[in-house]
Design a protein around this ligand. Structure first.
Ligand code: NAD
Length: 667
């Protein structure tokens, strides 16, 4: 019997057992997970899974779930995936008593949309393991709870599992999410696998488990800012990146944004990619301009591009080490160098060694893993030597948060600084994003137009641009360039065609920018110019994330191994008006490596929304600036002092700086 969308949502777990479904042929299946449970633990996993269903189905489902567990290492409950199409529908299409709850449903649907999510059947949005839910029962129950909740209840979710609706108040968040939170002594790789397989925890990545994913435009904007600011760092004032070379590697998930970012920054981008399919995909999507398959042609084409000062991006189908070495021989000067191969997983295909064909490497990975490991390390040593030769001539090299320096160091490459504790080269956050963006409060503000109308997105782009153009008039010199970059980004956003799934936009902005843009949106909603808007951010930001090798890598007072900032952020946002909040163990750089939090807020044009956005966005940004200034970061000290002048009720503890000579002979 056919049941309409709203009724299906409202019914939660169906009354009749749905038929078994065959796996869609064109779906991208999640990797098989480790078979880690003992027989007894497997029984526990099945017992846990059956908690969601009436006893009459247990016999059938027990066998089915045991099969899923043995085959995939997880129980996804494929049979319970609903038949309706999952995508961000216009807000009013969701059955709900609370508009805020409807907005959360919309955001969950966007994360699970077949055209947006990486492995939609397994409820994984991105990053291979970034889960929204552990299984389809959790999805069904969550949507049901959201459809019945009022504005005086809060849904508490434990790693995808909806524990239930609890009475709260209009000012409380509608949903509180935690993902992967472990007792620290039980937060090791095998623990996560085990407890995830038991169905009691999950890896929420960043925007997957916090319902805030908007496709690849976030990465494009972040990469553009990084490339622009890196050039700014090395070029004399007034000189543009035209005709200058940016050499890097990787045209995969995130790395694929590099050529597009290079084009927006206005340089010559050369990006090596060993996998011809990955390179072709980016070429077909127009994310890279030219494909070149041999080094001789590459050299000729690059020399021409330099001569003509072209803005062009070139994908070289081959190994990046070959380019570094060949350009040295040819005396081609590289201005900017980086690398985005997946060195966080070096032995399973994240990094392909020079001198081996792509096919031969793949054979070694499965048939001779030890030999492959040796080849990777040998290649990393060569890679680092070639980079060192270029940097000796003046190339600026930075690590892109992909563990290049870490793995090169483990391979015995010459990559350590003279002090023997630091690497020779900085990471992109230490040198670029940290001091130039995060410390001033600039971060990945984003929004989603819940009407689903492109016209609304266009209007919000215009509103945001007007607000920034207004702010820049009186902005201090220290942040003028950042503001200018963001104005250019939003001006060209539509032209760059970045929307995938919901009508969403990302725009780096500081506390003042975020707050004024959100206020202007709320006014436009109240005036009927646009429909309601969800605002949020990702976690690559000033305050929400404690991650010692990424977001907080430019914190030098020892506190980068603590996670107080992220915890305060989520708690602080939750009582200042967020519509939902989330906090995760793990994200981006891996489970156990980071604590990151996020929020979402519905702007519905009401005066209450005005109060909430002002209070919450102010704290959401300034919390991190305060912590960064306490760590003695110069730019953050500037930013927080400026904020205290503007906001008399803000009183932040300011560090006293020590004369270094006092410390010199103490120990
Ligand atoms: N973009 C960002 O903002 C950002 C931020 C932090 C970390 N990272 C890191 O960047 C890395 C890449 O992420 P991704 O999602 O693109 O991964 P991915 O695995 O999808 O892409 C990496 C690509 O590099 C290619 N490759 C591997 N070795 C190569 C070699 N020697 N020469 C040329 N090509 C080679 C692979 O074929 C693959 O397509 C990850 O480690 C990620 O954590 C990116």
């Amino acid at each position: 019997m056919h049941m309409d969308f709203k009724k299906q949502i409202q019914q939660g777990i169906p009354l009749e057992l749905p038929l078994v479904k065959s796996y869609p042929v064109d779906a991208n299946r999640a990797p098989r997970r480790k078979n880690i449970l003992t027989s007894e633990e497997k029984q526990l996993a099945i017992r846990n899974a059956l908690r969601y269903f009436p006893q009459k189905w247990h016999e059938v489902l027990a066998a089915e779930f045991a099969n899923e567990l043995n085959t995939f290492g997880r129980i996804y409950m494929y049979r319970f995936k609903p038949d309706y199409k999952i995508y961000a529908r216009p807000l009013e299409e969701y059955p709900a008593k609370s508009k805020q709850a409807a907005a959360i449903m919309l955001m969950i649907h966007n994360n699970l949309d077949n055209t947006v999510a990486q492995h939609p059947e397994e409820l994984i949005t991105y990053g291979g393991n970034g889960a929204v839910f552990q299984n389809w029962a959790q999805y069904l129950l969550t949507m049901q709870y959201l459809s019945m909740m009022t504005d005086e209840q809060t849904l508490h979710m434990y790693s995808g599992h909806p524990m239930g609706l609890f009475p709260s108040s209009k000012n409380a968040p509608r949903v509180v999410v935690t993902n992967g939170m472990m007792i620290p002594n039980y937060s090791k790789p095998n623990d996560w696998e085990k407890y995830n397989a038991l169905g009691v925890t999950q890896y929420g990545q960043m925007t997957a488990g916090s319902f805030m994913y908007i496709g690849p435009q976030g990465i494009v904007h972040g990469t553009t800012i990084t490339v622009m600011n890196a050039f700014r760092k090395i070029l004399p004032p007034g000189e543009t990146p035209a005709g200058k070379i940016f050499l890097t590697a990787g045209l995969g998930g995130m790395s694929g944004a590099q050529p597009k970012a290079g084009n927006i920054a206005g340089c010559i981008t050369i990006c090596a990619e060993v996998n011809p399919k990955a390179a072709k995909k980016r070429f077909d999507q127009s994310w890279v301009d030219i494909l070149i398959e041999d080094l001789d042609s590459l050299v000729v084409r690059v020399k021409l591009a330099k001569e003509k000062k072209e803005v062009v991006s070139i994908a070289y189908i081959g190994n990046v080490v070959d380019i570094w070495e060949r350009f040295e021989k040819e005396n081609i000067f590289i201005h900017l160098g980086s690398d985005q191969t997946s060195l966080h997983i070096p032995w399973t295909g994240g990094y392909y060694p020079v001198g081996l064909s792509f096919e031969e490497s793949n054979r070694l990975i499965s048939e001779e893993p030890e030999k492959f490991k040796e080849k990777v390390q040998e290649s990393l040593r060569r890679h680092a030597t070639a980079i060192n030769n270029h940097t000796a001539k003046g190339t600026y090299f930075f690590d892109y948060g992909n563990a290049f320096l870490l793995e090169a160091c483990r391979a015995g490459a010459d990559i350590m600084d003279e002090n023997k504790t630091d690497f020779k080269y900085p990471s992109y956050v230490q040198d670029i994003l940290g001091p130039m963006c995060f410390d001033y409060g600039f971060g990945p503000f984003r929004w989603v137009c819940t009407s689903g109308k492109p016209e609304d997105l266009e209007k919000t782009d215009q509103i945001a641009m007007d607000v920034l153009e207004n702010i820049i008039q009186n902005a201090p010199e220290e942040i003028k360039l950042q503001m200018q970059d963001n104005i250019i980004w939003i001006r060209d956003a539509k032209k760059n065609k970045l929307v995938v799934g919901s009508q969403a936009r990302i725009l780096y902005a500081d506390a003042e920018g975020r707050s004024k843009i959100a206020k202007a949106f709320n006014k436009a909603i109240a005036g009927g110019e646009i429909g309601p808007v969800v605002i949020g951010r990702d976690h690559h930001d000033v305050s929400g994330t404690d991650s010692p090798y990424r977001e907080t890598s430019n914190i030098y007072d020892g506190s980068k191994y603590t996670a107080d900032m992220a915890m305060h952020n989520v708690i602080g946002d939750s009582f200042r008006g967020a519509t939902w909040v989330s906090i995760h163990n793990g994200g981006g750089v891996g489970w156990g490596e980071v604590i990151n939090g996020g929020f979402g807020m519905l702007l519905d044009g009401s005066p209450e929304a005005d109060v909430r956005l002002k209070s919450m966005l102010f704290y959401d940004v300034n919390n991190g600036i305060a912590r960064r200034s306490w760590a003695r970061n110069e730019e953050a000290l500037f930013a927080i002092k400026r904020e205290m002048e503007r906001t008399p009720s803000l009183k932040v503890t300011i560090p006293n700086l020590v004369d270094e000579t006092i410390l010199k002979n103490l120990f």
